[in-house]
Design a protein around this ligand. Sequence first.
Ligand SMILES: *Cc1c(COP(=O)(O)O)cnc(C)c1O
Length: 242
Amino acid sequence: MSDIAKNIAEIKEKIAFSEKKAGRKAGSVKLMAVSKFHPAESVIDAINAGQNLFGENRVQEASAKFEQLRSQGFNPELHIIGSLQRNKVKEAVRIASCIESVDRIELMQEIEKQCARYSEESGAEKKIEILFEIHTGEDSKSGFESNDLLLDAVSRCASGEFPHLVVKGLMTMAPNTTDESLIRASFRTLKKLQGELSSQYPSLSFDELSMGMSNDYPIAIEEGSTIVRVGTAIFGERDYSK
Ligand SMILES: *Cc1c(COP(=O)(O)O)cnc(C)c1O
């Protein structure tokens, strides 16, 4: 068994334990393997261990890697989780099933435009799932800049302005700290917002809460996470010099 397979098995056990501890249904939390900075070979190890959902934060890197995987007959699901520039959206909608890092209306407009264009070209309707990325901690840099901008974006989705975008929920990153109370507060903020948006916009679905990473996913599960994004604990440390 590869180290990656062992790590995945271990994390799945911990997820099951946390689900149980929190009184949640078994299987209510999906594991995303964050493969940024790791090669296609590592992704294949994970696929062979039964992993099908992956996350990448840079479109160019993801595109090259997942192209290679497809040429080898693998077709895993990919979510984009990093801040996204407009000129990368065209490629992002071609390789990913979900963009979790939606943080501004201009980005939504570009995603809508590229999905419409792709639908026209391919003759098949291309829709993409999105999560709204939210600031919930002191030191977080990414996410909607204000609650007003978020509410504007959500209400424009509800009124049908973005027919190719399928709203699935919310995403956040907890502050990078060892203070568990700050991390927990961040996740609770996202959970609370989910409740508010769900009742305010009943035509949209906010079922998915993408929160929790290698260092804090058990806490995230206790606070209601449905997708945990785990990189280092599966693939090891990233080599940023590459
Ligand atoms: C890199 C990254 C992760 C994974 O982080 P680890 O600490 O390695 O588990 C999760 N979410 C986002 C948005 C990331 O950029």
